[in-house]
Design a protein around this ligand. Structure first.
Ligand code: KIV
Ligand code: ZN
Length: 388
């Protein structure tokens, strides 16, 4: 494949918004959609128009204001859903209908009480319905992660023949191991005769914490779109986290050779905006956007970091719009960290003084979780210098 651009399909406003407590009104969705466009996402899944009148309005209003990104609306393989999605997307400059059906035997038997043949027909039919309204139709094979590869290849070939421009291979339950998901994408690339007429998309859930690894493995094996959300929000354990996949591709650009259109300096501001708007805190140890992503607290790490940042940081925080790296003082911190923080507060102590202050520091540090600037000022006030 010549083109090594990986398209970023953001579904924060659809799959992310399905999280209990994260529901957004139209005004909030518009604000986030504008920020996502600014971030550089290629496709913005704005909602599921048939699900509620409010969501219809959100997709409609977002369609009116988004200039560069494709705006996408979700539907089931149901004619009415598709008509409603098309109506909501009427004003979009680049409308995309995302339609599909479950293809694993769990879905075929358990959910639809149907057969593989019937589901294949419904898959083709929904793409044809959507094609009556828009050129850009994405088909999703729900639970593709647990779908038999031979059957999945038949479905993919048939929906591409029916006009699907993108075929989404969701690991809906987050079940696959990275090598299995990668092998699935490779199988489709090698066994679907018309595969070059569509883009394969990864949509991985995080039930086993593998969503990012699976998406990257999908791209390595031939997918060129990743569906993801800010802060990894989404059903259950969430979706692939946008900031993670984008930074994996960026940090490993030399080996992997892929690029995205994301302005990575916007990643932290975007994460905060989503967290505030959805009232969903980000775990402090979250990669890229967590409060501790660029904090160093143990003496060994602090000493190495202060000598050369690259010793303990693979990403420059400036590159992802994070605050500068932090040297946090705890009972595990060392002398270099203490000297660094004292210097930042304007104190100029020599080595002997720092050694003496360090003993006092440890007493304070053992009595609390973190030693702050005020504690340091107090320590200095009470300190009688070793040397004049
Ligand atoms: O996880 C999933 O399978 C989905 C589809 C609706 C694309 O979200
Ligand atoms: Zn999903």
């Amino acid at each position: 494949m010549a083109d090594n651009k990986v398209y970023i399909f953001d579904t924060t406003l659809r799959d992310g918004e399905q999280v209990p407590g994260c529901k957004l009104n139209t005004k909030e969705k518009i604000e986030l959609a504008l920020a996502l466009e600014e971030l550089g996402v290629d496709i913005l899944e704005a909602g599921f128009p048939i699900s509620s009148p409010g969501d219809f309005t959100s997709v409609e209003e977002i369609s009116k204001i988004i200039k560069n990104a494709s705006v996408c609306g979700l539907s089931r393989a149901v004619q009415k859903d598709i008509e409603v999605a098309a109506a909501a997307l009427k004003h979009a400059k680049r409308p995309r209908i995302h339609t599909g059906i479950g293809t694993s035997d769990y879905h075929i038997k358990g959910k639809f009480n149907s057969t593989r043949e019937e589901i294949l027909e419904r898959a083709v039919q929904c793409v044809k319905w959507a094609k009556n309204f828009v050129d850009d139709v994405e088909f999703y094979a729900e639970d593709a992660g647990r779908t038999d590869n031979e059957y999945l290849a038949k479905v993919v070939e048939a929906v591409i023949k029916a006009g699907a421009t993108v075929v989404n291979i969701p690991d809906t339950t987050g079940y696959c191991l990275p090598h299995q998901y990668g092998a699935k994408i490779a199988f489709l690339r090698n066994n679907v005769s018309n595969i070059d007429n569509a883009i394969l998309s990864c949509h991985c859930h995080n039930d086993l914490g593998l969503a990012t690894a699976n998406s990257i493995e999908g791209v390595i094996n031939g997918a060129r779109q990743i569906e993801c959300t800010i802060n990894g929000l989404g059903e259950r354990a969430g979706n692939t986290s946008l900031e993670e996949v984008v930074m994996v591709l960026k940090q490993h650009q030399h080996e992997l050779g892929f690029h995205t259109s994301i302005n990575t300096k916007q990643l932290n501001p975007m994460s905060r905006l989503v967290s505030d708007t959805m009232r969903m805190p980000v775990q402090p140890n979250k990669a890229i956007v967590g409060a501790n992503a660029f904090s160093h607290s143990s003496g060994i790490h602090q000493d190495g970091f202060l000598k050369s940042a690259i010793t303990y940081e693979i990403i420059d925080p400036v590159d992802v719009g994070a605050d500068t790296s932090k040297i946090v003082l705890t009972a595990r911190s060392g002398r270099s960290a203490l000297a660094f923080r004292l210097k930042n507060l304007g104190y100029d102590f020599n080595r002997n003084d720092v050694d003496a202050l360090y003993e006092k520091f440890l007493q304070v540090a053992d009595s609390k979780k973190e030693v702050g600037d005020e504690d340091l000022h107090q320590m200095v006030k009470q300190y009688e210098p070793v040397t004049a």
